[in-house]
Design a protein. Sequence first.
Length: 221
Amino acid sequence: MTAAPHGGPATGRLGWGSRPALLVVDVVRAYTEPDGPFALPDPGPAVSACAALVDAAREAGHPVVWTVVRYSRDLAGAGLFVRKAPALAVFAEGAAGGWGEIAPPLSPGPGETLVVTRYASAFLGTSLAPRLVTAGIDTLVVCGVSTSGCVRASATDALSAGLRPMVVRDACTDRSAGLHESHLADLDATCADVVTLDEALVHFCARGPSATAGRTAPSQE
């Protein structure tokens, strides 16, 4: 794996806490399908890395949280966001194409939280922060799309919520390699630790307190 970038000599490291959770950001068909409205040039490697993280988190009993963007039919909840990015209308209720569906082979499992967002951050206008804090989570491993958009916004707000954001470089992607790399470098310099897939998998090997807990249907936030 390529080594994670570091922001510079003045940049500190947050380090790993003892209670991680995984946040899978917007890995939906709109980004992964070749004809999707937000199609990415090569999403396959990142999706595979996300799947590896999901499997590892589940095996160790660490929480897995998913995000999807959804709007009402009239797009009232989209505010100015949909004016800036009109293609977001594909995430409205009843929109054709199923672009808002989580991309296979990924799928939320029993007991995993699905957070419905309307803006870039998984935290804005949702109860994700108090959910994680109440559960004793201190580290949020972030993967998904896109690096410069929803991944970055979610990592930034995770730090503001008192969590240690770990952005997995191999499990994120963007519209171009340059955009992906530049935002990883800046994330690492300002608000997150950018880590490799291998490093994240090692830390997920420690079993969490929910490893043997009973499983229930996925819950929607």
